[in-house]
Ligand binder design. Structure first.
Ligand SMILES: Nc1nc2c(ncn2[C@@H]2O[C@H](COP(=O)(O)OP(=O)(O)O)[C@@H](O)[C@H]2O)c(=O)[nH]1
Ligand SMILES: [Mg+2]
Ligand SMILES: [Zn+2]
Length: 302
């Protein structure tokens, strides 16, 4: 039987290095190897494939991508984590401690790939006297900027319906520190999939690294969700200063009113950002994170 001419479209639902798992249009899962020279194929990619002899399958082409989430690799280049992402779900929790600098990095990443972002405050059951104010501050800060903020406790099965609403019609990727409950959340949303989660390790307070491959899961009604191990240490050094600034929506809007086009918002006269900061109209924390991340970025855009 000649199988040469049969080309099909499928979604990459996992990348195991040399082999890809594809979800075909009929919903089957098949394992396929990419043709040489196709470059890095990531979870979320749509590909063309054809069957080969002995039950093998070959990926022959990668279709155009949108929303490729990338981080900076060891050489300072962008390394794709997942493709065709439309929303980042930035998960945070009182344990391991809230990390707003990381949330701000995800805001930048989302903006630069044209994706939405929502903040999820998980482990509400662990919020106590010390962390209650921090949770409230995160909620008011990010909602004021215009990001949806949802609180939940996967453990107590609370708040998950609000998350389901945010996930509708989106390809969302779960991002956040290890141990905040990303895989647990996924498990609660898709109990039939049996996703591995890790207990918090006693020593570090961080979850065990149980997510080893970036996986795509179709949601029951519409949309999909991606769980990835590549989002924990998430640096953005491959982005230029202008990309960093654009990711801070409220600062970027104000910057248009600064006297100088190339205003760094540190010492210039008639700086709309500094004026807003002095008037308490923008968050000092966000401003500080902006300066920290813009200062570390590649001025040439790398
Ligand atoms: N107390 C509490 N623990 C949770 C909650 N959600 C997840 N966990 C626990 O946090 C640990 C890390 O979860 P995991 O889903 O592996 O985190 P991931 O690294 O972000 O994927 C596990 O022991 C979970 O049982 C929650 O809402 N409350
Ligand atoms: Mg995980
Ligand atoms: Zn300025």
């Amino acid at each position: 039987m000649s199988t040469d001419k049969v080309e099909n479209i499928a979604r990459v639902v996992a990348n195991h290095g040399t082999e890809l798992t594809l979800a075909t249009e009929s919903g089957d899962r098949i394992v396929a190897s990419p043709k040489k020279k196709l470059g890095l194929i990531v979870t979320g990619d749509l590909v063309q494939w054809h069957p080969e002899e002995h039950g093998n399958a070959r990926v022959t082409e990668v279709l155009d991508r949108h929303g490729t989430l990338a981080r900076t690799d060891r050489l300072g280049h962008a390394k794709p984590i997942a493709a065709n992402v439309s929303q980042l779900l930035a998960v945070t929790a009182p344990k391991p401690p809230f990390d707003t600098l990381l949330i701000d990095r995800y805001c930048i990443a989302a903006h630069n790939i044209g994706a939405d972002l929502a903040v999820v405050i998980n482990k509400e059951d662990l919020i106590d006297g010390d962390t209650a104010q921090q949770a409230d501050d995160i909620e008011s800060l990010y909602s004021k900027i215009g990001y949806p903020v949802v609180r939940c406790s996967v453990k107590q099965d609370h708040g998950l319906d609000n998350i389901r609403k945010i996930l509708n019609d989106q390809v969302s990727i779960l991002v956040g520190q290890s141990g905040v409950g990303k895989s647990s959340l996924l498990n609660a949303l898709l109990p039939e999939q049996g996703i591995k989660t890790g207990p918090l390790s006693v020593n570090s307070g961080l979850g065990r690294h149980t997510t080893t491959v970036t996986n795509w899961y179709d949601l029951p009604n519409s949309g999909a969700i991606i769980d990835s191990p590549g989002v924990r240490q998430f640096s953005l050094e491959h982005l230029a200063g202008v990309d960093i600034q654009a990711g801070f929506r409220e600062i970027s809007t104000l910057a248009a009113s600064c006297k100088f086009n190339d205003c760094s918002h540190v010492h210039e006269p008639s700086c709309a950002v500094l004026d807003a900061l002095a008037a308490d109209e923008i968050s000092a924390q966000r401003y500080q994170h902006f300066q920290q991340l813009a200062g570390a970025s590649d001025p040439s855009g790398g």
